[in-house]
Design a binder for this molecule. Sequence first.
Ligand code: ADP
Ligand code: MG
Length: 282
Amino acid sequence: MTEPLLSLSKLSIHYPSQTEKIAVVDTISFTVGQERVALVGESGSGKSMTARAIMGLVRKPGQVTAEHLRFQNQNLLDLNTKQINQIRGSKIAMVLQDPRYALNPALTVGQQIEESLKIHRHRSRADRRDKIDEALLAVGLQPAIARSYPNELSGGMGQRAMLAIALINNPLLLIADEPTSALDAKLRNQILELIVEQCEQRKMGLLLISHDLPLVAEHCDRVLVMYQGQLVDQSAASLLPQSTHPYTQTLWRCRPSAATYGTVLPVLDRTLNLAGVEHGTD
Ligand code: ADP
Ligand code: MG
């Protein structure tokens, strides 16, 4: 494995309730190098909160603690807001699930890409325009799209535009939080293939958050499985179908496909305490 770009050790995120503090992410540790790592698990398992913590976006009263949360040997938890802002959007970029909510409806696509460029680089206007054209072409969009507003784009085009914004500063790590969940099956594959291609071209690490196991098994190197805030299993993505962990097995068996059409899928037993359950795919 490559030298990790990102290393999390015992990361927890707590929220206060009336009686006690609740851990929505509970002492999880993992690394991401120049590779594609998937973070999977059912809804509410803490995937997005983990991504938010890495991006420094957990708001009070949420509380992030960790032995370390290191990116390129800098502990992100020790940095001030200005230092975090220099890394966020520049060295670590993020794309979100739904372009309808993540893009600013009042600005054109070009303005939004330029905004991201201006914050992180000092360039001439002509140079910025070239960069925007280049970024759009890299994600399979025509430069003329720069003049469109988000509501003029289809879901797939909106997702490509978000990717152009995320990639404009050539990040070392891309975090994609359910980037294809709002798309239909055919587009899902296209966008994932585009993300994978960009990772390879730019030598960029990827943390892909998804609940689509067949998709990550196909496109990622490693898979981390979260359940109720904890990391319960991890394996090579290609070994996901053979995982011996009971939760991962059920997640895999729950996936709908043409073969399961019309049949009843297994249901997850959420009363299971899976901490410390033995598994052996790694
Ligand atoms: P996932 O992305 O895996 O679906 P999330 O990371 O969004 O899950 O959420 C994990 C848990 O954190 C959920 O139980 C959710 O209810 C809780 N949570 C998310 N945001 C907040 C918040 N602002 N305040 C309190 N709890 C939250
Ligand atoms: Mg989420």
